[in-house]
Design a binder for this molecule. Structure first.
Ligand code: NDP
Length: 296
């Protein structure tokens, strides 16, 4: 079998189109422009690239983008004061604090100071609890993007066996909750899992979120399974820098029914889902109907 490629780049473009359409309607019919505030502390090069890309795409779909760039030695009190100001700003519907934060800042404290209704990353403890109990919440962007692609590919996920490799708070755990919410039978694997190849071989859906280049070979994959590769790993091969996922694409694509490539799979969906979450947050803040197909 040669796997169908799930084109995250193209899918993300359709998500952005939907978001843009909804933003246009909010402006026309309600005179409301959704706004996303992104806070960056310090000058981490990767974070700077992400923040720039988020700001650009926010503007492209017609929303307002507010960028707050703070010095690397910004105090916790000053950062919390800024978040408080954004929490109370009615033009700001989504707030994202770019992680990682410099070591002197308490990430949990900072994230949990964001108004949960504006927490478009879905990392606030209230949103984690709401998702875990199957209630309406803001859903972390990367797993939301994976879920959207899976739903688009399969229609219903009900009854499917899903294995999520990785149990981080930002990808693995919320991914598992979302799959459970769609009535999959879910296994979460991690570094202490015994017989990982056998566990993965049971799965109709494999989501790899490990951070280890090409760790999952094709012979771990059940014939016809769907493979979602969240990993983004920079490696050097043949003297060139290359981006690879957590699965060995070539061998997995021979066995899988469908697979996301790296780059061009999950990656582009993450920012698209951030925009989707911002428009959702704006609709909820204004007691307006939420856009369909953009939430979990
Ligand atoms: P973390 O490092 O927080 O978590 C990695 C998880 O993988 C842990 O739960 C760890 O287990 C598990 N793990 C590590 N080694 C093994 C192993 N040998 N076998 C089984 N499980 C293992 O990573 P993240 O969840 O933040 O990110 C995962 C990957 O996804 C990274 O490559 C990251 O760059 C990428 N990513 C991509 C995004 C996108 O937009 N496409 C967004 C976010 C992340 P344990 O808990 O036992 O240590």
């Amino acid at each position: 079998m040669t796997a169908q490629i799930i084109d995250g780049k193209a899918f993300a473009a359709t998500v952005r189109e939907k978001v843009a359409g909804h933003v246009a309607r909010l402006k026309e019919e309600h005179n409301i422009t959704p706004g996303l505030a992104v806070v960056l502390v310090g000058e981490d090069p990767a974070s700077q690239v992400y923040v720039r890309s988020k700001g650009k795409q926010t503007v492209e779909v017609g929303m307002n983008s507010y960028e707050h760039k703070l010095d690397v030695d910004t105090s916790e009190a000053d950062l919390l004061a800024l978040i408080d100001q954004l929490n109370n700003d009615k033009d700001v519907h989504g707030i994202l604090v770019q992680l990682p934060l410099p070591g002197h800042l308490n990430e949990d404290l900072v994230i949990n100071s964001i108004d949960p209704a504006k927490d478009v990353d879905g990392f606030h403890i209230s949103n984690v609890g709401l998702l875990g109990t199957g209630q309406k919440s803001m859903v972390p962007c990367t797993p939301l993007g994976c879920l959207m692609m899976l739903r688009d590919h399969h229609g219903s996920l009900s009854g499917m066996d899903a294995v999520v490799i990785g149990r981080s708070n930002i990808v693995g755990k919320p991914m598992a909750q979302l799959l459970l919410g769609d009535s999959c039978t879910v296994t979460i694997a991690h570094s202490r899992t015994k017989d990982l190849p056998d566990v993965v071989r049971r799965a109709d859906i494999v989501v790899a979120a490990v951070g280890r280049p090409e760790m999952v070979p094709g012979d771990w994959i059940k014939e016809g399974a769907t493979v979602i590769d969240v990993g983004i790993n920079r490696i050097e091969r043949d003297g060139k820098n290359k981006l690879v996922g957590d699965v060995d694409y070539a061998s997995c694509a021979e066995v899988a029914g469908a697979i996301t490539p790296v780059p061009g799979g999950v990656g582009p969906m993450t920012i698209a889902c951030l925009l989707a979450n911002t428009v959702t947050a704006c609709c909820r803040a204004n007691a307006l109907a939420e856009p369909e197909g953009l939430t979990a």
